[in-house]
Write a protein that binds this ligand. Structure first.
Ligand code: FES
Length: 259
């Protein structure tokens, strides 16, 4: 059972429309975090006891961890309104992690919306491997965010937006298809809204490229007890089973997931 921790907010900054970067002090130095994991954060107090909200960890270092929060409802609004010096109740780190065993080759990292956030720690980790070349495709509905943070770990970044003025207009699938046609990639990593993940998965399947997907499922307990977050995965050729995104995931290989 993961421990609940009260953690101090070190910084809270609005970085784009409804997007907040919140830096939190780790409860201890041995609070180890790996790319893909999330925190289940209590988003209410007193007469406002909302459920916890699962928030992916965007970056972590020895003393702190940074989350990126999309203010979309009362729970996330509560979180985004917390100020420096306040404490929040977190449960975690939870979930599995990306498999980052690749030591050599080309990888493509594809994120959409707030799903770009957990790919930052992944890109940081992969960038420490000298024989791994990383290209990142970041997709947004309008204003891009945390592109500068990604630039610390790779220079190869394609920014896509439904708005004019960036590398591509539209969806991440367009540059993804072009990249996979022009370059031999060994592995793709993706996180974003379900329709995006479904398309990324299909495109990678066609090209026979291994893809790891971080699913952003609705969650409640975050520890495998309530079954709110179940999704269908393949078991054998025609067989399937339910798994808990919070416990067996949130990262799955594309070939396992049934959309
Ligand atoms: Fe409760 Fe996954 S959120 S089982």
């Amino acid at each position: 059972m993961k421990k609940k921790n009260l953690c101090e907010i070190l910084e809270n900054e609005k970085i784009a429309d409804n997007i907040y970067r919140i830096k939190i002090k780790k409860p201890s130095e041995d609070f180890e975090i790996m790319a893909g994991q999330f925190l289940n954060i209590k988003c209410g107090e007193g007469d406002f006891p909302l459920l916890r909200r699962p928030i992916s960890i965007g970056l972590a270092d020895k003393d702190s961890m940074t989350i990126y929060v999309n203010k979309v409802g009362k729970g996330t609004e509560f979180l985004c309104n917390r100020e420096k010096g306040e404490f929040i109740d977190i449960l975690g780190p939870l979930g599995n992690t990306f498999n980052m065993n690749i030591e050599k080759g080309n990888v493509l990292v594809v994120g959409g919306g707030i799903g770009v956030a957990p790919l930052l720690e992944l890109t940081k980790t992969l960038s420490s491997k000298s024989d791994v070349n990383i290209k990142v495709i970041l997709g947004y509905r309008d204003e891009p965010f945390i592109v500068e943070e990604f630039k610390k770990y790779t220079k190869d970044i394609i920014v896509v937006s439904e708005k004019e003025g960036f590398d591509y207009k539209g969806y991440v699938t367009k540059p993804l298809e072009k990249e996979l046609k022009e370059t031999k990639y060994d592995e793709v990593f993706a996180c974003g809204p379900e329709p995006m993940l479904k398309s990324v998965n299909e495109i990678c399947k066609e090209k026979d490229i291994v893809v790891q997907l971080l699913l952003e499922e609705r969650m409640a307990c975050g520890i495998g007890a309530c079954l709110v977050c179940t999704c269908k995965t393949k078991k054998g050729n025609d067989d399937w089973k339910y798994v808990r995104t919070c416990k067996e995931g949130p990262v799955f290989y594309g070939k396992e997931v049934i959309f």
